[in-house]
Design a protein around this ligand. Structure first.
Ligand code: FAD
Length: 394
């Protein structure tokens, strides 16, 4: 449980509290726009996120009974605005905090909630999400990883792919099927599988940015007890759909504020180098940057609207697809623009511009994945066409 409990109530207070706390505690070397920047180790990230939680800046909406702060999405958004305003690293435990946690709260037993939820918040365990398979990505109903009852346990065989954070995860939020592929959405079952269970093999995959942040995960006669099951045997698909809608609509709410901070960094870095500063006077770049500012504003509006709707108790359904499509396309275009500007001068004359060259190269390379993970842009367009615009299916 958090110890710094003199936390202010109210949206504006909470936001200024978060701003002050982050400014006082965030190690400077974690800021991507700082000349002191260096990539934090896993242990440094763990300690930092545990400190944020202790200070009341994580688990805002989770019930007190499970280690949360029992606040509303308003406070969550207020904190996210301040997190976004700083170029701090992405959470190493976002799958636990933003996907596994909410789904355990919805379909988990009381024992599972007590066992998993506080440990996610205080960074005792990290999670990965085992949904995609070599032949089942956009169409998850084709997944083949089988779970067969064996006495009081389940025996799991199959393969997952693109599993982010698998090499460091303690648990996998695993989607399996209990019947055959012909059953499509029926007979799916979700598990919380400890990654150190015998029979699990993790093979890292190197991505275009040189990192090995995702992996193939093989399950070879993996035996898990029945209490690793999340929800009833036929509830797997509805639980998975809930996970995906959370992933699209409410996770990493800080994005537009983060994009705004990246834009500020781009401008500062260009102003620090005479040649880049001249490039920024070009009308073409000024128009493109103006467009990015407009898109960031639009995205802020979408996030604020989603929060208001959720607080009112409205279902947001396919609107999550609109947010996912919008942020990923907007950020991919911005990262491409930033990279095309800063890479025109080599070497840049100022240390800040050199830092920006490194940072925007990473951002550009990773942004290629943004229109793929959490559902591709084509899939989001399909969902928007069918569920928001009610257009006929082909
Ligand atoms: C960085 C990154 C991290 C990831 N992390 C995870 C993770 O932690 N856990 C996990 O389970 N998965 C993860 N994924 C996998 C991701 O969810 C899938 O890559 C994604 O769902 C697409 O599936 P696919 O790769 O099989 O492509 P496919 O589904 O084979 O799609 C190939 C192409 O066909 C298009 N397409 C497919 N269906 C349609 C359709 N109906 N209409 C129009 N076009 C269509 C797609 O848009 C795409 O362009 C990650 C992916 C990336 C890139």
């Amino acid at each position: 449980m958090p110890t710094e409990t003199n936390l202010p109530a109210g949206r504006e207070n909470y936001r200024s509290y978060a701003r002050t706390w982050l400014a006082a505690h965030l190690p400077k070397h974690m800021l991507a726009d700082s000349l002191d920047y260096r990539s934090p180790t896993l242990e440094e990230s763990r300690q930092w996120e545990a400190a944020m939680y202790k200070a009341g800046l994580a688990g805002m909406t989770w019930p007190n009974a499970y280690g949360g702060h029992g606040l509303s999405l308003r406070e969550h958004l207020a904190v996210n605005k301040e997190i976004g305003a700083l170029s701090m690293p992405e959470s190493v435990s976002s799958i636990g905090k933003e996907l596994a946690g909410p789904i355990i709260m919805t379909v988990g037993t009381e024992a599972q909630k007590q066992a998993f939820l506080p440990a996610i918040l205080n960074m005792e365990n990290y999670w990965c999400q085992g949904f995609s398979e070599p032949d089942a990505g956009s169409d998850l109903a084709r997944l083949r990883t089988r779970a067969i009852p064996q006495g009081d346990s389940w025996c799991i065989n199959g393969q997952k792919i693109w599993t982010s954070g698998a090499a460091k995860a303690h648990y996998c939020l695993l989607l399996t099927r209990t019947g055959t592929v012909a059953d499509k959405h029926r007979g799916m079952l979700m598990f919380a599988v400890p990654m150190n269970t015998p029979g699990i093999r993790v093979v890292p995959i190197k991505s275009i940015d040189g990192k090995e942040s995702f992996a193939e995960v093989f399950f070879d006669n993996v035996l898990v007890p029945d209490d690793a099951r999340l929800g009833a045997p036929d509830e797997g698909w509805s639980a998975a759909v809930r996970v995906l809608s959370i992933e699209r609509a409410t996770n990493r709410m800080y994005r537009p504020w983060r994009f705004e901070s990246e834009l500020g960094f781009l401008v500062r870095a260009c102003q620090s180098d005479a040649q880049l500063a001249r490039l920024m006077e070009d009308g073409h770049y000024q128009r493109r940057i103006g467009q990015v500012i407009g898109e960031i504003d639009g995205l802020k509006g979408l996030v604020e609207r989603t929060v208001s709707q959720l607080i009112k108790g409205d279902e947001i359904g396919a609107q999550g697809s609109l947010t996912k499509l919008y942020w990923s396309e907007c950020h991919q275009a911005f990262a491409g623009l930033a990279q095309s500007i800063v890479s025109q001068v080599t070497p840049a004359s100022s240390p800040l511009a050199q830092r920006a060259q490194q940072s925007f190269t990473q951002a550009y390379l990773f942004s290629r994945a943004e229109t793929i993970y959490a559902g591709t842009s084509e899939v989001q367009l399909d969902l928007i066409a069918q569920r928001i615009l009610r257009l006929p299916r082909e």
